[in-house]
Write a protein that binds this ligand. Structure first.
Ligand code: C5P
Length: 221
């Protein structure tokens, strides 16, 4: 049976990962969360005491570590030099520093090469910021998933459920700030690819968004 590649891009907290995982499960495709790869580099650099503004050290560090993604029943396990860091990459410290690390050219070159390799056999649902615009420009289906910043902050706030002791206002500010950095960086910033289908999930459920994408994928086969 023919398989396609599906790129899902958009700002932080738009529901990309949950939607991508669900679409992959329905279609029997492989789900790849590229944000997790940038998070793993960030975690590793922070643990090694590298400053997020030291581009040279970040570049060398990114080239010296081993990152791998393994499909699991929960979606995806992230290994850093063979150790499971799936939970650790979601920390607030990583979230606050990841945009600066992911703006470094050599970090991106390394991870993009891995991402293209993973998608070469088709049948992949990949979520990120630059998948449709840069990583997989030939993806058969490109979706740009968005929602208002208020809605995205509210969703994340409910998800955190008091952990991190962060207020809704603070969360909204941090999400907006991460989007700004991702949109303003020089190398493959967050943009909506010209041939992407825009889905605004503000008043949609995850299931509705996922169904929509599955239906769109069937028109491409
Ligand atoms: O998707 P997630 O929010 O986990 O991504 C974390 C960060 O990784 C983003 O804010 C962005 O800085 C970076 N990223 C990127 N390119 C991608 C995926 C993520 O620059 N394809």
């Amino acid at each position: 049976r023919e398989r396609i590649n599906i790129a899902i891009d958009g700002p932080a907290g738009a529901g990309k990962s949950t939607v991508a995982r669900s679409v992959a499960e329905t279609l029997g495709y492989i789900y790849i969360d590229t944000g997790a790869m940038y998070r793993a580099v960030t975690l590793s650099a922070l643990r090694s005491g590298i400053s997020p503004d030291d581009r040279m050290q970040l570049s060398q560090h990114a080239e010296s570590i081993e990152i791998s993604l393994q499909p699991s029943s929960a979606g995806q396990v992230v290994l850093l030099n063979g150790c499971d860091v799936t939970i650790d990459i979601r920390s607030r410290e990583v979230t606050l520093n990841v945009s600066q690390v992911s703006a470094v050219e050599r970090v991106r070159v390394r991870l993009v090469a891995m991402q293209r390799q993973l998608a070469r056999g088709k049948g992949v649902v990949m979520d990120g910021r630059d998948i449709g615009s840069h990583v997989l420009p030939d993806a058969e289906l490109k979706v740009y998933l968005t929602a208002t910043v208020e809605e995205r902050a509210l969703r994340r706030f409910k998800e955190l459920d008091g952990r991190d002791g962060i207020t809704l206002e603070q969360l909204e500010h941090e999400i907006a700030e991460r989007d700004r950095k991702d949109q303003e960086r020089e190398i493959s910033p967050l943009v909506c690819a010209p041939d992407a289908i825009v889905l605004d999930s503000t008043s949609m459920t995850i299931e509705q968004v996922a169904d929509n994408i599955v239906n769109l994928s069937r028109t491409k086969l």
